[in-house]
Design a binder for this molecule. Structure first.
Ligand SMILES: NC(=O)c1ccc[n+]([C@@H]2O[C@H](COP(=O)([O-])OP(=O)(O)OC[C@H]3O[C@@H](n4cnc5c(N)ncnc54)[C@H](O)[C@@H]3O)[C@@H](O)[C@H]2O)c1
Length: 350
């Protein structure tokens, strides 16, 4: 074949491949580079317009979906990818008051599961052995977290301060607290005695306040920013039906307001490395805990009444608050402070 025949054939081929778009006055042409395989991602489409020449990549095949093998690797960490990394509390040290049982212990477990070293403080000399050993078993050894117990009544605020300081010293810092120690008393308002009011507030308000301020002092001293979570209640927002507890409800309202003020004082990071202490509340609805079981013993029909009062028609389990505390204690909530997370099955929403 002579050179003029080759040239003519090439010209015909170019015309067959090329397409003139008369409406847009442009030529769209596929160019097959000798260095690229037809159909590969590297094949280019040249768009020639009167004004300019553009080269755009053509995806002749959609990218393959991630294989099952890749998904397995992502989960087992072989790829360096870490699921839920913002929730990771590895190397962090937390205190949980009221940590011998109920909601406090469940939250301590959740923090340990996320990798934290957690000190549970409670007024009992020792936690119930069965409850405690079950909690220890539930913290997976692979989490790197751990649970520790210390006897402490939050009303003894000077010893509380010393204990918190010693925990911070032993661990070169402290990254937060969950203040869950609280008591309930069902008494009609006209029968309330001043000493009962004082005792309720000493635990539910002053105890929470002094716990938070002792922890914040250590976080400032060691320059270990973090998160303070105060356990309030939906009872701080409403007078919930069937619960004759004027002081409890007022104490929880005070805790919600306290969180806003502490957040205002401590949240901003300072140039000297102090600050950065976020403060938020969790306000649960009715949860099945030893405290609430006692309420049911005292008030016949209360369980059924409470179940009917929320949109889900049931009470909460303590485990339903694990995610909330992992969120608030970790970087997952890094822009949240002065807030109140209401988790009540819709009780206060209608
Ligand atoms: N259970 C609910 O429905 C519910 C709802 C909203 C808020 N809350 C709040 O959650 C927190 C935990 O409650 P819970 O239901 O698990 O009750 P709980 O009675 O089972 O646990 C409370 C823990 O606090 C401890 N505590 C009480 N006084 C203390 C003190 N002076 N010093 C140290 N520890 C003390 C108790 O020993 C106990 O271990 C409380 O603040 C409570 O008000 C509970």
């Amino acid at each position: 074949m002579n050179s003029s025949t080759i040239a003519a054939r090439l010209l015909t081929r170019q015309r067959l491949i090329g397409r003139v778009n008369i409406n847009n006055s442009r030529l769209v042409q596929r160019t097959h580079s000798p260095f690229l395989r037809t159909g590969s991602v590297g094949t280019t489409r040249t768009i020639i317009t009167a004004a300019k020449l553009e080269a755009q990549p053509i995806m002749t095949k959609p990218p393959p979906p991630p294989s099952k093998d890749n998904e397995t690797k992502a989960q087992n960490g072989n790829t360096g990818f870490q699921r839920f990394s913002q929730f990771d509390l590895t190397g962090k040290v937390f205190i949980v008051t009221g940590g011998a049982q109920g909601l406090g212990l469940e939250m301590a477990e959740a923090l340990a599961e996320a990798g934290a070293k957690v000190y549970c403080l409670d007024r009992a000399e020792q936690p119930d052995p069965t409850t405690w050993s079950q909690a220890l078993k539930r913290v997976p050894s692979s989490s790197g977290g751990s649970l520790h117990y210390r006897e402490q009544d939050v009303q003894d605020t000077s010893h509380l301060d010393e204990l918190i300081a010693s925990i911070a010293t032993d661990n070169n810092g402290l990254h937060g607290v969950v203040a869950a120690a609280g008591v309930q008393q069902l008494t009609p308002a006209m029968e309330y005695k001043p000493h009962d009011v004082a005792r309720m507030l000493a635990i539910n308000y002053t105890g929470v306040f002094m716990t938070a301020s002792s922890v914040a002092r250590q976080m400032y001293k060691h320059k270990t920013p973090g998160s303070i979570v105060l356990i309030a209640s939906m009872s701080g927002l409403i007078a919930n039906k069937g619960l004759i507890s004027p002081v409890y409800n007022s104490s929880k309202a005070a805790v919600i307001q306290l969180a806003r003020n502490l957040a205002m004082e401590w949240s901003r990071k300072q140039e000297d490395g102090t600050g950065g202490v976020r403060v938020n509340c969790i306000s649960p609805g009715h949860i099945l805990t030893p405290m609430v079981r006692k309420n049911f013993d005292e008030v016949p029909g209360l369980k059924e009444k409470w179940e009917a009062e929320n949109m889900m028609g049931r009470l909460a389990e303590t485990r339903e608050f694990r995610g909330a505390v992992q969120f608030l204690a970790s970087d997952a909530s890094s822009f949240m402070t002065g807030g109140n997370l209401v988790i009540d099955g819709g009780h206060t929403a209608w």
